[in-house]
Design a protein around this ligand. Structure first.
Ligand SMILES: [Mg+2]
Ligand SMILES: [Zn+2]
Length: 240
């Protein structure tokens, strides 16, 4: 990745994907129904604990369930227009990073199955190895943040420090932190509701055709960095 250029950062679950793959796994594999897990999920949803703790608990229970994880991942689909958008970015030499607080394993599997590629995938290193050995880890390397599994704002902040202009695309709670340092945000679902409530400007989207339309219309502006940008703010949960 060259420094000082326009880059795209997109969330995976519920953003690049039509579905939230991680949430579907936890629901369909009965993880979140376990009495010992349910309390922790509630604490996570109530923002009493961060995703880092929740990920260790929930993904910690999938070690011997690779076949079931595969079967669920294999029937998930990319959001409408995602392939066209990724092709557009490739054509314009705009690097794309998938930034996810989910599981690296299913992201790689789904991308390969759909024959699409991006420049980098940054996610929690949770993997089934060749020998079936299960690795459970989180991406967060920000010592000041004890909250995130994958510290999205840490990644976006670094891209900004390297002089890049960042378009951020997301839908959920971890994207609140991730998008906080981006120049322009495309949002749907709870991220859009949060930004609306906080009166922070963003581009709403339902499909990647919506995003492509805006980016195509303002291509020169985005490339030169001229559209009005947001103020980098950060968030009190995810600290530096
Ligand atoms: Mg998401
Ligand atoms: Zn963080």
């Amino acid at each position: 990745m060259e420094k000082g250029q326009l880059v795209v950062v997109t969330d995976f679950d519920g953003t690049l994907m039509e579905q939230d793959v991680g949430a579907t796994l936890m629901k369909e594999l009965g993880v979140e129904d376990r009495p010992d897990v349910r309390g922790e999920l509630e604490r996570f949803l109530n923002k009493e604990i961060g995703s880092r703790e929740w990920i260790h608990t929930s993904y910690g229970l999938l070690g011997d369930r690779q076949k079931e994880v595969n079967a669920i991942a294999d029937r998930m689909n990319l959001r409408d227009g995602a392939e066209e958008f990724l092709a557009y970015c490739k054509n314009k030499s705009i690097p794309v990073t998938i930034l996810s607080d989910g599981m690296k394993y299913y992201i790689d599997r789904i991308m390969a199955a759909n024959h699409v590629t991006v420049d980098s995938v940054i996610s929690n290193p949770i993997q089934y190895g060749e020998d079936g050995a299960y690795t459970l880890g989180t991406q967060n390397t920000n010592p000041a943040c004890s909250w995130c599994g994958c510290c999205k704002s840490g990644v976006v902040r670094k891209l900004k420090e390297e002089g890049n202009r960042v378009i951020y695309i997301g839908d959920g709670s971890s994207d609140i932190y991730g998008s906080a340092y981006a120049d322009w945000v495309f949002a749907r679902s709870s991220l859009a509701r949060y930004l609306t409530r906080e009166e922070i400007s963003f581009y709403p989207f339902a499909t990647f055709h919506d995003i492509l339309k805006v980016v195509r219309e303002q291509e020169e502006n985005f490339l030169t960095g001229s559209p009005e940008r947001r103020e980098p703010a950060g968030h009190s949960f995810c600290k530096f």
